[in-house]
Design a protein around this ligand. Sequence first.
Ligand code: TRP
Ligand code: MN
Length: 462
Amino acid sequence: MTHLLDPTAGAGSSRDGLDAWRDLPAVQQPSYPDLAVLKDVIGTLTTVPPIVQPHECDILRTRLAAVARGEAFLLQGGDCAETFDANTAEGIRGKVRTLLQMAVVLTYGASLPVVKVGRMAGQYAKPRSSDVEGSTGLPSYRGDAVNELHGNRTPDPQRLIRAYANSAAALNFMRAMATDGSADLEKVHDWNTAFVASSPLGHRYEELAQDIERALAFMRACGLDLSSMPATQGVELYSSHEALLLEYERALTRYDESGERAFALSGHLVWVGERTRDLDGAHIDLLSRVANPIGVKLGPTTTPEVALALAEKLDPLRVPGRLTMITRMGAGRVREVLPPIVRHVEAARGKGSVIWCCDPMHGNTTETANGYKTRHFDDVMSEVRGFFEVHASLGTHPGGVHVELTGDEVTECTGGAYELTAEDLAGRYETACDPRLNNGQSLELAFLVAEMLQAARATTSR
Ligand code: TRP
Ligand code: MN
């Protein structure tokens, strides 16, 4: 395989199992013109400090264990594909704020803690259905870690260093926002109030926003000084991305201090995509050997048997919080294909042995007559609703949502309170890959999901 380094040469040559993937089929890897440059870059990435720490990954796993038990809810969101150009203070701030705004509403709706995980600080690689772009004949854009969207499409290993640096800078900024007052509960709630006041569908969300207002007033009246408590001032914020580029992930895979467990320290949670989750493939092998919380995406053609086999391979010991199954079935199919999968996995491994998380984006992508890839807000909501219905009927926990979003007022998904149409998409269509919910659409989703969580709670506590 020309795109992979010789495992016996230089960096990354260990034979402790962390390189076993090198002998397995590895799909979706870039074909670099010059492997000497790749080798050099990987040498560098093997010595740089890791982006996250094993201890943080462990804490996230305990938070996710609460999700698995039905005692917390997972919110995962961010760009489809981050880009180096858009990795700005403003861009990160917008996404973090959006996640926090959603989290407040969901925390209230669920009456449960919300585990906040950005699809951020590392989401720089994209799997593609074809090596060549149909419309241009150019090599496909594979994410900023690989090649340029507007420019040179030849994969350049040096871009892995930029991906590392941009991820580290973004996470540094996110860490600051988690505790510097940006996450102040009252402030975030005030943004939501402003959203409700200005949205054409604001009246639909007013009641919930007022309930939150009253809850905050109640806490203040009880003598809690909300402006000075760490619990109301700060949040835990985690990073996640698709672990696609094996050389990059391997270079940032390190042992903890005890030398007993290896972690992919490129991010807190890493997931395997629907296109690379072959049971006997390289991606599943590498991630089965690291101790991070792991996600795996499951599409509508996944059989219950394969879902179970993936769970057993990625989490043979059934470690609470270890594995999140991110289902992306499409609004039209979720009610039919999800139940047998959930039933089979839970029957074999026990209730709550994995987290069920709904990705309502990837199964609902369409193309408009004027050539834009889009998703209709109603389809997105319909899949979330189907996900909740399925879990309600099976008595299992609808553990979380995974969405593609941005804090900017882009026009990429149709529908929502402003009823964006195909014609509106030209206005601000900025995504480097898939269409994202804008800030307003993300908040609408959060309000609607909060209602579903409230309803789910009302039925289970009866
Ligand atoms: N620390 C709590 C939490 O993370 C409460 C909180 C503070 C919060 N700021 C927030 C919740 C912003 C959501 C969003 O849940
Ligand atoms: Mn996407």
